[in-house]
Design a protein around this ligand. Structure first.
Ligand SMILES: Cc1cc2nc3c(=O)[nH]c(=O)nc-3n(C[C@H](O)[C@H](O)[C@H](O)COP(=O)(O)OP(=O)(O)OC[C@H]3O[C@@H](n4cnc5c(N)ncnc54)[C@H](O)[C@@H]3O)c2cc1C
Length: 393
């Protein structure tokens, strides 16, 4: 079977669906491919997002919001905790989503805007003419499928192949990848009002553990370990230990494992006729691992740029440069700061973490954002934070 369109989007996660929706709204003929038979499943995500940024892009719907939190509690290895308000806690704190429903709702919005959504359809490679991508070859329900299109979007997640097929280097070093494991836990001691983060090298070496409440004493409880500090099965082993210690009577209802990029900006996210979006473009926040919002933001940009490039008749790398410039100016700046902070964070010992969080205990940080908190931390621990002084001023 073969077909033709203006834009093929590979992957129906938040990044792919926002690209497809935006491009279809701009009048493009869009096809979005998803290899799974059900969009949004299985969920490999703690499902936390910041409210304000999300609501700037989509209208919140009760059916995909599992819980709303007041803020974040961050625990040092010695148990000292600090509390931050929801609006200052970054891109993972505000709502806890039901991603099975959320991802499907975004794909539905793309379809309502006019995009053709094809599930159980796996992209297998790029069709090229004189070395330039001009479509996607795929397998749909056991049948080969060829889709010709001048622009292809790789929104195919952390294990992205579209980038590689297009000659874009998306290789992740072990030090730029968190190995994660997560359980859905039911326990009467779960804090339904706050998203909780637990720091400590014995809990999650060079990473952190989390508990994101989903209401009714359910929570996504997980942890991520830096690739260089992990080995096969390590994240699951540590998570079992953490859950046993924190929720001794907790019941584990689901389990997932997955990788989360924590890299700096990659050199390029475009090539002739191709743009990468979301995890495929390594646009995840390297410090927190949050990537839903940046994938959606980048998707909107990619959809808009695709429409402009087609109107201008230039889908070459140069013609798609606006996408590269826009996301780096916006999402990219934040990623670069976060990467520096992450590179600093992974070197901290448990004593350093205890000292830093302990020093904040006497300060009123409830309304501070990360930058404000860094300033206070720097004032209180100048020696420890000397490396980050340029981020503070
Ligand atoms: C354990 C864990 C916890 C996390 N918690 C959070 C959190 O709380 N908050 C947050 O913001 N982020 C979190 N993240 C990150 C977040 O899940 C991702 O950043 C986000 O899903 C990226 O969206 P995306 O659209 O780029 O990719 P994805 O959501 O991964 O979507 C990619 C889609 O492409 C499809 N696909 C792949 N290959 C093909 C192919 N060849 N053909 C067709 N389809 C294909 C996949 O099936 C998938 O549906 C977490 C990640 C992990 C691993």
């Amino acid at each position: 079977m073969s077909m033709k369109c203006d834009l093929v989007v590979v992957g129906a996660g938040p990044g792919g669906s926002m690209t497809a929706k935006t491009a279809a709204q701009a009048g493009l003929k869009v096809v979005m491919l998803e290899k799974r038979q059900e969009i949004g499943e299985p969920v490999r995500c703690a499902e936390g997002v910041g409210k304000r940024a999300l609501c700037e892009m989509v209208k919140p719907e009760p059916e995909w919001i599992a819980a709303e939190v007041k803020g974040a509690k961050i625990y040092a290895p010695d148990g000292t905790s600090i509390v931050m308000s929801e609006d200052k806690s970054g891109s993972e704190v505000g709502y806890v989503l039901e991603r099975k429903v959320f991802d499907r709702a975004l794909a539905m919005q793309a379809a309502q805007a006019g995009a053709k959504v094809m599930v159980k359809t796996r992209a297998l490679g790029l069709i090229k003419k004189d070395g330039v991508p001009c479509g996607v070859s795929a397998m749909r329900l056991g049948e080969p499928l060829q889709i010709e299109a001048p622009i292809i979007i790789g929104a195919d997640g952390v294990e992205s192949k579209v980038g590689r097929w297009a000659g874009i280097d998306t290789t992740l070093k072990l030090k730029d990848m968190e190995t994660c494991a997560q359980f859905l836990v039911q326990d009467s001691t779960i804090d339904d009002e706050y998203t909780e983060f637990f720091l400590g090298n014995s809990i999650a070496p060079a990473g952190y553990a989390w508990a994101f409440p989903k209401g009714e004493k359910l929570a996504n409880v997980g942890l991520g370990v830096l690739g260089t500090r992990s080995k096969p099965g390590e994240a699951t082993r540590l998570l079992n230990e953490f859950v046993k210690a924190r929720y001794p009577n907790g019941k584990v209802l689901e389990m997932v494992v997955g990788g989360d990029p924590c890299a700096g900006q990659i050199e390029s996210t475009t090539s002739d006729g191709v743009m990468l979006v979301g995890d495929a473009a390594r646009q995840t926040d390297p410090l927190t691992g949050g990537g839903i919002l940046s994938a959606m933001q980048a998707g909107i940009m990619a959809g808009e740029v695709a429409a402009k490039a087609l109107t201008a008749g230039d889908v070459s790398k140069a013609g798609l440069k606006e996408y590269e410039d826009r996301w780096r100016e916006d999402i990219g700046k934040h990623l670069s700061r976060s990467y520096e902070f992450k590179e600093f964070f992974v070197k901290l010992t448990d004593n350093d973490l205890n000292q830093m969080l302990g020093s904040l205990k006497k300060e009123d940080i409830s309304k501070m954002d990360l930058r404000g908190m860094l300033r206070v931390l720097f004032r209180l621990n100048p020696k420890l934070l000397w490396e980050l002084r340029h981020l503070v001023v």
